[in-house]
Design a protein around this ligand. Structure first.
Ligand code: PLP
Length: 402
């Protein structure tokens, strides 16, 4: 039962907000560590992180202090001028990625848009004409704006909004031949998520990555990796492609890079940048603003100071072990897959009911597709948190079976 105040908020929200989401009936009010509290003061363990955003959990003191400090100095200035946090953030992001140039955006979708524009401009400069094609993957997710939607391999998301950006071809993730079939003289880029997120937690296979990289070298095709969900330490490397020894020409990131402050970025090598977006080709009012960049800069500092990636490498195998136990114990769980603290349990039933039962028991989980439970906790979770999660999920699965 909802108490009066919560029900009032929900009713009001449903009147005022466009109904683009079927939300769970909870109004969250604050967070502390890896726990969330709703309006009624009920405590929840968070294995969701606001969709893989809150990498350091909630109310992380040093992070909050840095943001407060920036609020007192300067929030926004536009890209007509320079600002210090943007320079600091760009330098640290470049170093973490081993890439050469950064453009800051306000969201993941915009980072993908920018990456697509950068690839097309590169091919245009090289060839002196337009009409280039981009290969994206089935079951991919790259965002909801028209450009990002054009490369999102889910016809259900695209259908009502066509025509979208043209000259996009789709292939199958981890199926090199299917990519090869789509390659033509006009191909300028291949785009995929290093670990597919919304599509059901499918990590790229090493051989696929290597063969795509070789293909790109051979044909001067740009490899664009979407690290928006899997990047920023989640898989146990700063960026998931660093597991494979395969480097993208262009990378999109967002979600956790701002630790909850809305910010994204796309990065590229100098080789691409030289032939790509120049003065007047791309822009944004907010992108790279001092507040957002202070968040990025501080996140990267805190990752280093607290060895967040080392922690992920330590705790992720334990999460895998506990999830494997669940998979072995319940017939309704078919398989576990994932990389680091980005895991999925594929079930043979829709998982909506399981998620609702977890929420009732004080655990925030989310799905990826209708049948897959997704685990994208704050990167600072401990083994005890993993045990706590497992216990709740165990009970929820048990009552699903009954
Ligand atoms: C979330 C996500 C996006 C879109 O990011 P927004 O900030 O919602 O625009 C793009 N790609 C991937 C892989 C994502 O997970």
């Amino acid at each position: 039962m909802q108490d009066g105040r919560t029900q009032e908020y929900i009713t009001q929200a449903e009147q005022d907000l466009l109904h683009t989401y079927n939300r769970y009936p909870i109004v969250f009010e604050r967070g502390e560590g890896v726990y969330l509290y709703d309006q009624k003061g009920k405590k929840y363990l968070d294995f969701f992180s606001g969709i893989a955003v809150n990498a350091l959990g909630y109310h992380y003191k040093d992070f909050d202090e840095a943001l407060k400090g920036q609020i007192d100095k300067l929030l926004h200035i536009s890209n007509y001028f320079y600002n210090e946090p943007a320079v600091l953030a760009a330098g640290k992001l470049k170093k973490a990625a081993g890439l050469d140039r950064v453009f800051f955006t306000n969201s993941g979708a915009e980072a993908v848009e920018g990456a697509l524009k950068a690839a097309r401009k590169y091919a245009y400069t090289r060839d002196g004409h337009t009409d280039h094609e981009i290969i994206a993957m089935n079951h991919s997710f790259h965002g909801r704006t028209m450009g990002a939607l054009s490369v999102t391999g889910n016809p259900h998301y695209r259908e009502a909004f066509e025509p979208l950006v043209g000259k996009i071809r789709f292939a199958d993730m981890n199926h090199f031949e299917s990519v090869l079939e789509q390659v033509s003289e006009k191909t300028c880029a291949v785009l995929f998520e290093t670990v597919q997120g919304e599509g059901g937690i499918y990590p790229a296979e090493k051989e696929f990555m290597e063969r795509i990289r070789a293909l790109c070298e051979e044909r001067d095709i740009l490899l664009i990796l979407d690290e928006i969900q899997c990047g920023m330490g989640r898989t146990g490397e700063m960026f998931a492609w660093q597991h494979y020894g395969v480097k993208p020409d262009i990378m999109a990131c967002a979600k956790a890079i701002g630790g909850g402050v809305p910010v994204g970025a796309f990065l590229m090598t100098e080789r691409v940048a030289e032939k790509s977006l120049g003065a007047g080709d791309h822009g944004t009012t907010y992108g790279g603003n001092p507040f957002a960049c202070c968040a990025v800069s501080k996140m990267l500092d805190l990752f280093e100071e607290n060895d967040i990636i080392g922690h992920v490498r330590e705790v992720a195998p334990y999460l895998e072990k506990r999830l494997d136990e669940l998979a072995a114990a319940f017939d309704c769980v078919k398989a576990r897959r994932g990389l680091g603290l980005m895991q999925g349990l594929e079930c043979n039933v829709p998982v909506g009911g399981i998620i609702s039962r977890c929420l009732e028991k004080g655990l925030v989980l989310i799905n990826a597709g209708s049948n897959i439970l997704r685990f994208v906790p704050p990167l600072v979770i401990t083994q005890e948190n993993v045990d706590e999660m497992t216990e709740i999920l165990w009970e929820a699965l048990q009552s699903a079976v009954l």
